[in-house]
Design a protein around this ligand. Structure first.
Ligand SMILES: Cc1ncc(COP(=O)(O)O)c(C=O)c1O
Length: 361
C-alpha cells in the first residue's frame, strides 16, 4: 500500500487508524450483522455512535454546559444562509471581511437583511486578518461574524475577537479543533467536517442554548437551530456514515493525547514549513503577514508561474499531493490539518529545498 502525503484543502487527509477502523467495521458493525450505514438512525447501534461523537466533541473541544453540539447538513455554505435566516430578524449584522469565504457569508446575509463591515482587509489583498483595534463594531448588531481561518488566503486569527457583548458567530471550517477553542466566547460556531474532523457531508455546529432560542420562529423547521437542538440532531435522517467517521476521528484524537497534542503537532508543522519559507526567502515568497499566518493552510509563491506548475507536478510524482493553490489566487498551498503528520511536512520541506536548488530561474 502506498499512501501519499496529502495536502488537500478539503476534503482532506484522514488519519490512517481512522480509515483502518472503518475498514474493519465496514461490513459488519460490532456483531450486528450489517454496516453502520445500514442501521436505522433511530436504532441503538447508531444512536450510541451519535452520542459518543457528541460526548467526544464535548470533551475534546471543551464545550461548555451553556452550549450544545449539533450535526447539520448542507456544508458550511448552508450555514452562511441559516445563520442570518435565524438571527438577522430585520436587523443588521456585522461581518469581518477577510477573504473569499467571508465574502460568500456576507453575500448570503445580504439576501436576508442588512450587513455592515466591522473590518475588512481587502485593501491589503487579504494578506492579513484585522488587528483587534481595527474592528469597529455596531453595539446594536444582531451578531458579529468572523472567519477564523481563511483557507484560500492562508490567514488565521490568533486571538478571539472581543465583540463587547454582541453575539460572536464563527466559521471555523478550516481550523476547528486545531487546538482547544475558547467556545465560551462564541454564541455559535460552525465547521464543515471535511478538513479537520472527518469526511464531507456533516457540519458541526456548537451554539449557546440561549442564543439559538432567540432564532426566528417563522422559518421552515429544517432551517431552525432549535429544531436540531430539541431533537439531538435526529429531527430527520442525519448523515450517519459521516458522523460515524467523525466519531472515529475524535476517538483517534483522544487516543493520541487530545487537543493539546494536536496543537503541539500543528505548531511544529507550521514552524517547519514557515521556517523553510523564511530560510529560502530569495526563492519562495510567503505573502501573508507573519502575525496572521495560518497554522492550517500555508500559501506561498515561486519565482514564476511556470516554476509553480513544475513544483506541483514534481511534488505529485514524489507522493506529495494537493499542493496547487486555489484557482482564484494561484500559487502553492499546503494544507496541514490535524491528520497531516510532522513526517509529511518534513518530506515536503526536503522536497522544497531540493527543488529550489535545482530550479533557479
Ligand atoms: C472557511 C470556509 N468556509 C466555508 C467553506 C465552504 O464549505 P462547504 O463546501 O462545506 O460549504 C469552506 C470550504 O473550503 C471554507 O474553507
Amino acid at each position: 500500500m502506498t499512501r501519499v502525503a496529502n495536502f488537500n484543502p478539503g476534503p482532506a487527509a484522514l488519519p490512517l487508524p481512522v480509515l483502518e477502523r472503518a475498514r474493519e467495521e465496514l461490513i459488519e458493525f460490532q456483531g450486528t450483522g450489517m454496516s453502520i450505514m445500514e442501521h436505522s438512525h433511530r436504532g441503538k447501534a447508531y444512536e450510541a455512535v451519535h452520542d459518543e461523537a457528541i460526548a467526544l466533541l464535548t470533551e475534546l473541544a471543551g464545550v461548555p454546559a451553556t452550549h450544545q453540539v449539533l450535526f447539520m447538513q448542507g456544508g458550511a455554505s448552508a450555514q452562511f444562509a441559516i445563520v442570518p435566516m435565524n438571527f438577522l430578524h430585520g436587523r443588521s449584522a456585522d461581518y469581518l471581511h477577510t477573504g473569499t469565504w467571508s465574502k460568500s457569508a456576507i453575500d448570503e446575509a445580504k439576501v436576508l437583511g442588512a450587513v455592515r463591515l466591522a473590518a475588512s482587509t481587502e485593501a491589503d489583498k487579504f494578506t492579513r486578518v484585522p488587528r483587534p483595534d481595527e474592528i469597529d463594531l455596531d453595539p446594536g448588531a444582531a451578531y458579529a461574524h468572523v472567519t477564523t481561518n481563511n483557507t484560500i488566503e492562508g490567514t488565521q486569527y490568533h486571538y478571539d475577537p472581543d465583540t463587547k457583548g454582541v453575539p460572536l458567530v464563527a466559521d471555523m471550517s478550516s481550523d476547528f479543533l486545531w487546538k482547544k477553542p475558547d467556545l465560551a466566547r462564541y454564541a455559535l460556531v460552525y465547521a464543515g467536517a471535511q478538513k479537520n474532523l472527518g469526511p464531507s457531508g456533516v457540519v458541526i455546529v456548537i451554539a449557546r442554548k440561549d442564543f439559538i432560542e432567540t432564532g426566528r420562529k417563522d422559518i421552515p423547521k429544517i432551517f431552525k437551530y432549535t429544531t436540531f437542538a430539541a431533537a439531538n440532531s435526529l429531527y430527520n435522517t442525519p448523515p450517519t456514515f459521516a458522523i460515524y467517521l467523525v466519531r472515529n476521528v475524535l476517538a483517534w484524537m483522544k487516543s493520541v493525547g487530545g487537543a493539546a497534542k494536536l496543537q503541539a503537532w500543528n505548531e511544529a508543522k507550521a514552524r517547519l514549513l514557515y521556517g523553510a519559507l523564511d530560510a529560502q526567502a530569495d526563492y519562495y515568497r510567503a505573502p501573508v503577514e507573519k502575525a496572521s499566518r495560518s497554522t492550517m493552510n500555508v500559501v506561498f509563491r515561486l519565482p514564476s508561474e511556470a516554476l509553480e506548475e513544475a513544483f506541483v507536478k514534481e511534488a505529485t510524482k514524489a507522493g506529495l499531493v494537493g499542493l496547487k493553490g486555489h484557482r482564484s489566487v494561484g500559487g502553492i498551498r499546503a494544507s496541514i490539518y490535524n491528520a497531516v503528520t510532522v513526517e509529511d511536512v518534513e518530506r515536503l520541506v526536503a522536497f522544497m529545498e531540493a527543488f529550489a536548488r535545482k530550479n533557479r530561474p
